[in-house]
Design a protein around this ligand. Structure first.
Ligand code: TRP
Length: 370
């Protein structure tokens, strides 16, 4: 359980200085290599990824990252899913309906096929040793480094708080603890999370240099970038929990039909896939294509000049058919609160055991093992 899950081929990263900075293009180049390694040796990988419990997951999440979690699990990769409850407090005073949102996230994961017998779903707040790692980790980064994080800057700009909290400023270090407590070596994320991953790699490297005594306590995890294209919400802007423009996994078939019926399109009857000039129509085509396992161009060709109403009928049918088995499972699990709670309790227990073992090693390395 507590072996070092170092990505195979660490020498390649060590000899290539650009691999350390993990800028977007470096991460993309590394992606193809990682995909191959995962297929060949899934047992070499431990994945950690997760979400903030701020609302229900939607189709943008599903095609962006969730289905990839299940794919990795089913390939035989060990999967940890963190429900980042402390991170909710980065941009708001109080976490609203926390228990409800946490349970929804567990349900969403069970519905899409995350198997609690093989994978670990857990919350930040239930794992003290994970949180304790934040203290030594904070000592390894400078205030200037924290200040430079572009994702944090963007979140501060859009925060609903008038003052920036210390948690907002330092949560990327907390995220490093999320990843390193279980020595994950692969982190499936979107572009916006790359600065956090880079910081995690920096922290792992510095910890090993400072305290490792020649051996690596922590792996330097790789990002696995999602290659799913961006889905727009029903209003034509990015699909998002907070914008009220999302089709959630939990929505039923009728609600889905209603949402898609109200989606923004354009007045051109001839349906074509052209994301640059027809973003709304193209996003609908893409959604249907993802569900039907076809290309957006093929879906467009079938609809041809039948107009937006026909497009919406196609999308509605495709989405509802694709989600039907997941929604059925979701409804089933939603009725079994005992199972839901047990999943989380057991996930938290497993995460605690892993975090305790890592903290013991960290204490030994830091000579604070009394
Ligand atoms: N910051 C991520 C988000 O907002 C959630 C998250 C917390 C996470 N800890 C993580 C993602 C560790 C990947 C790995 O979506």
């Amino acid at each position: 359980m507590n072996t070092i899950h170092q990505t195979p081929g660490p020498d390649a990263a060590a000899s290539d200085p650009s691999a350390d900075t993990l800028g977007t293009s470096a991460a993309q180049a590394r992606n193809a290599v990682l995909e191959e390694l995962v297929l060949k040796e899934p047992g070499q990988f431990r994945v950690l990824t997760g979400d903030r419990p701020t609302g229900r997951l939607h189709l943008g999440h599903y095609f962006g990252t969730l289905h990839n979690r299940v794919r990795l699990q089913d390939l035989g990769v060990e999967l940890f899913v963190i429900i980042a409850d402390y991170q909710v407090l980065t941009d708001r005073d109080v976490a609203d309906n926390l228990t409800g949102h946490v349970e929804e996230l567990v349900l969403d994961h069970l519905a899409i096929g995350v198997d609690p017998a093989r994978s670990t779903i857990f919350t930040h707040s239930a794992v003290p040793a994970l949180n304790q790692l934040m203290l030594p980790f904070l000592s390894l980064v400078s205030v200037a480094e924290l200040n430079r994080n572009p994702t944090v800057k963007d979140e501060i700009a859009h925060s609903r708080q008038s003052a920036v909290s210390g948690l907002m400023f330092t949560y990327p270090v907390h995220q490093a603890a999320d990843i390193l407590f279980c020595k994950a070596n692969l982190v499936p994320v979107g572009q916006d999370q790359l600065p956090h991953l880079e910081l995690t790699r920096t922290i792992a490297r510095r910890f090993n240099d400072r305290y490792g005594n020649g051996s690596a306590v922590f792996p330097q995890p790789d990002a696995l970038l999602s290659n799913a294209p961006l889905l727009l919400g029903t209003d034509g802007t990015k699909m998002s929990k907070s914008r009220g423009n999302a089709i959630t996994l939990a929505a039923d078939a009728d609600e889905t039909a209603r949402l898609i019926k109200g989606a923004k399109t354009d007045s051109e009857r001839h349906i074509t896939y052209d994301p640059a000039t027809r973003p709304e129509v193209s996003s609908l085509l893409l959604l249907a294509a993802l569900c039907l396992d076809r290309t957006p161009q093929q879906v467009a060709a079938d609809i041809d000049s039948a107009g937006a109403a026909a497009l919406k009928r196609t999308v509605t049918e495709a989405v509802n058919e694709y989600l039907a088995p997941m929604r059925a499972r979701r409804t089933e699990y939603a009725q079994d609160r005992t199972f839901l709670r047990r999943t989380l309790r057991e996930g938290n227990e497993r995460a605690r055991a892993t975090a305790d073992a890592t903290l013991t090693e960290v204490r030994a390395a830091m000579n604070s093992h009394y």
